[in-house]
Design a protein around this ligand. Sequence first.
Ligand code: OFO
Length: 176
Amino acid sequence: MESRIIMDKKRIEKQLNEQLNKEFYSSYLYLAMSAYCESISLPGFAHWMKTQAQEELFHAMKFYDYINERGFKVDLLKIDEPEKEWESPLNIFEEVLKHEQFITDSINNLVNIAEEEKDHATRIFLNWFVSEQVEEEASVDTILQKLKLTGGKGSGLFMIDKELSTRVFTPPATEE
Ligand code: OFO
């Protein structure tokens, strides 16, 4: 159902499609990290990244469904090619945190635009992502701190690898 007081529907549609692309790129990036972790024999890290890639696909599909539900047009933009190699496991998690901070900024910007355009439905839809980003940044930062404490190598690294192998993908609750 479309509200008639939205000021610039095209602007909202464009921003939602750009965010959809960023979520797909996130999935691609984490899958590239997973492949890299496989190649350096860190199966737990690889598993964690693959699970993260699945979660990002879930985020992308939430945007996809919402764009359709609102009667906007889905525009599947080109997905950039991610990096293929990183300096170390610690460096990978530094990059994950940086990427999640970038996504947080992007979501917050989208919230600002929804407010400017008086699109209350989009504003409410985005609440879930605002909370999700707090959790994402916190969980990544916890792993990053552990990696820093252990120096990111030796037996500490293998203990973290074991811990990361236990991550299970459960589609996050979608209620507000
Ligand atoms: Fe990692 O939260 Fe979506 O992108």
